[in-house]
Design a protein around this ligand. Sequence first.
Ligand code: ZN
Length: 149
Amino acid sequence: MAKENLVVCGKCGGVNRLPPSRNARDAKCGKCGSKLFSGHPEDVDAQTFDRQVTRSSVPVVVDIWAPWCGPCKMMAPAYEAAASELEPHVRLIKLNSDNEQAVAAKLGIRSIPTMILFRGGHEIGRTSGAMTAGQIVRWVRDHLPTAAA
Ligand code: ZN
Protein backbone atom coordinates (compact mmCIF):
# COMPACT_ATOMS: atom_id res chain seq x y z
CA MET A 1 0.00 0.00 0.00
CA ALA A 2 1.34 3.40 -0.95
CA LYS A 3 2.02 5.71 1.93
CA GLU A 4 0.80 9.26 1.72
CA ASN A 5 3.23 12.08 2.26
CA LEU A 6 2.80 14.58 5.05
CA VAL A 7 3.84 18.01 3.87
CA VAL A 8 3.91 20.96 6.25
CA CYS A 9 3.07 24.28 4.59
CA GLY A 10 5.96 26.74 4.73
CA LYS A 11 3.60 29.70 5.05
CA CYS A 12 0.99 28.69 7.63
CA GLY A 13 2.36 25.47 9.12
CA GLY A 14 -0.71 23.49 8.09
CA VAL A 15 -0.12 19.75 7.65
CA ASN A 16 -1.19 18.48 4.22
CA ARG A 17 -1.66 14.85 3.23
CA LEU A 18 -0.55 14.16 -0.33
CA PRO A 19 -0.91 10.87 -2.16
CA PRO A 20 2.51 9.82 -3.54
CA SER A 21 1.05 9.89 -7.05
CA ARG A 22 0.34 13.61 -6.75
CA ASN A 23 2.98 15.97 -8.07
CA ALA A 24 3.92 17.79 -4.87
CA ARG A 25 5.56 20.59 -6.83
CA ASP A 26 2.12 21.76 -8.01
CA ALA A 27 0.29 21.05 -4.77
CA LYS A 28 -1.28 23.84 -2.75
CA CYS A 29 -1.88 24.07 0.97
CA GLY A 30 -5.43 23.04 1.93
CA LYS A 31 -5.43 25.62 4.70
CA CYS A 32 -4.02 28.83 3.19
CA GLY A 33 -3.83 28.07 -0.55
CA SER A 34 -0.07 28.75 -0.86
CA LYS A 35 2.06 26.48 -2.99
CA LEU A 36 3.52 23.83 -0.73
CA PHE A 37 6.86 24.03 -2.52
CA SER A 38 7.67 27.46 -3.89
CA GLY A 39 11.40 26.92 -4.46
CA HIS A 40 11.90 29.72 -1.97
CA PRO A 41 13.08 28.71 1.53
CA GLU A 42 10.68 30.20 4.09
CA ASP A 43 11.87 31.75 7.32
CA VAL A 44 10.35 29.81 10.19
CA ASP A 45 9.64 30.68 13.80
CA ALA A 46 10.04 28.26 16.71
CA GLN A 47 6.56 26.80 16.26
CA THR A 48 6.73 26.32 12.48
CA PHE A 49 10.24 24.91 12.78
CA ASP A 50 8.99 22.33 15.23
CA ARG A 51 6.08 21.36 12.99
CA GLN A 52 8.31 21.06 9.93
CA VAL A 53 10.77 18.82 11.73
CA THR A 54 8.35 16.63 13.67
CA ARG A 55 5.30 16.39 11.39
CA SER A 56 6.75 16.35 7.87
CA SER A 57 7.42 13.02 6.19
CA VAL A 58 9.70 14.92 3.82
CA PRO A 59 13.32 15.40 5.00
CA VAL A 60 13.90 18.96 6.21
CA VAL A 61 17.03 21.10 5.92
CA VAL A 62 17.23 24.18 8.09
CA ASP A 63 19.72 26.96 7.49
CA ILE A 64 20.45 28.81 10.72
CA TRP A 65 21.45 32.34 9.87
CA ALA A 66 21.41 35.93 11.14
CA PRO A 67 21.07 39.30 9.39
CA TRP A 68 24.54 40.47 10.56
CA CYS A 69 26.32 37.38 9.23
CA GLY A 70 28.15 38.06 5.96
CA PRO A 71 28.71 34.44 4.90
CA CYS A 72 25.01 33.72 5.62
CA LYS A 73 23.95 36.46 3.24
CA MET A 74 26.45 35.24 0.67
CA MET A 75 25.02 31.74 0.89
CA ALA A 76 21.35 32.83 0.60
CA PRO A 77 21.16 32.68 -3.24
CA ALA A 78 22.94 29.29 -3.22
CA TYR A 79 20.50 28.00 -0.63
CA GLU A 80 17.62 29.20 -2.75
CA ALA A 81 19.04 27.50 -5.84
CA ALA A 82 19.52 24.29 -3.85
CA ALA A 83 15.87 24.50 -2.73
CA SER A 84 14.57 24.64 -6.28
CA GLU A 85 16.69 21.62 -7.13
CA LEU A 86 15.86 19.51 -4.06
CA GLU A 87 12.16 20.28 -3.64
CA PRO A 88 9.69 18.59 -3.40
CA HIS A 89 11.75 15.65 -2.11
CA VAL A 90 13.40 17.74 0.58
CA ARG A 91 12.04 20.82 2.34
CA LEU A 92 14.45 23.73 2.86
CA ILE A 93 13.71 26.31 5.53
CA LYS A 94 15.60 29.12 7.26
CA LEU A 95 15.77 30.05 10.89
CA ASN A 96 16.89 33.51 11.97
CA SER A 97 18.92 32.82 15.11
CA ASP A 98 18.52 36.43 16.32
CA ASN A 99 14.73 36.07 16.36
CA GLU A 100 14.71 32.49 17.60
CA GLN A 101 17.56 32.34 20.10
CA ALA A 102 15.93 29.62 22.18
CA VAL A 103 15.74 27.28 19.18
CA ALA A 104 19.35 28.03 18.19
CA ALA A 105 20.45 27.33 21.78
CA LYS A 106 18.47 24.09 21.87
CA LEU A 107 20.13 23.00 18.63
CA GLY A 108 23.55 23.84 20.09
CA ILE A 109 24.46 26.25 17.31
CA ARG A 110 28.00 27.54 17.78
CA SER A 111 28.61 29.23 14.45
CA ILE A 112 26.55 30.34 11.50
CA PRO A 113 25.66 29.56 8.86
CA THR A 114 24.93 26.04 10.07
CA MET A 115 22.72 23.65 8.15
CA ILE A 116 21.00 20.73 9.84
CA LEU A 117 19.24 17.91 8.03
CA PHE A 118 16.31 16.24 9.78
CA ARG A 119 14.48 13.08 8.82
CA GLY A 120 11.52 11.74 10.80
CA GLY A 121 12.23 14.25 13.56
CA HIS A 122 15.86 13.20 13.99
CA GLU A 123 19.01 15.05 13.08
CA ILE A 124 20.91 13.03 10.49
CA GLY A 125 23.45 15.60 9.36
CA ARG A 126 24.98 18.93 10.29
CA THR A 127 27.48 21.19 8.57
CA SER A 128 28.81 24.69 9.23
CA GLY A 129 30.14 27.33 6.87
CA ALA A 130 28.91 28.78 3.59
CA MET A 131 28.53 26.41 0.65
CA THR A 132 27.70 26.71 -3.03
CA ALA A 133 24.37 25.40 -4.36
CA GLY A 134 26.11 22.31 -5.77
CA GLN A 135 27.79 21.59 -2.45
CA ILE A 136 24.51 21.95 -0.55
CA VAL A 137 22.69 19.59 -2.93
CA ARG A 138 25.52 17.05 -2.71
CA TRP A 139 25.68 17.28 1.09
CA VAL A 140 21.94 16.66 1.39
CA ARG A 141 21.95 13.76 -1.10
CA ASP A 142 24.96 12.15 0.60
CA HIS A 143 22.87 11.85 3.78
CA LEU A 144 19.71 10.50 2.16
CA PRO A 145 18.97 7.24 0.42
CA THR A 146 18.94 7.73 -3.35
CA ALA A 147 15.20 7.21 -3.56
CA ALA A 148 14.49 10.16 -1.28
CA ALA A 149 16.71 12.64 -3.06
ZN1 ZN B 1 -0.59 26.90 4.27
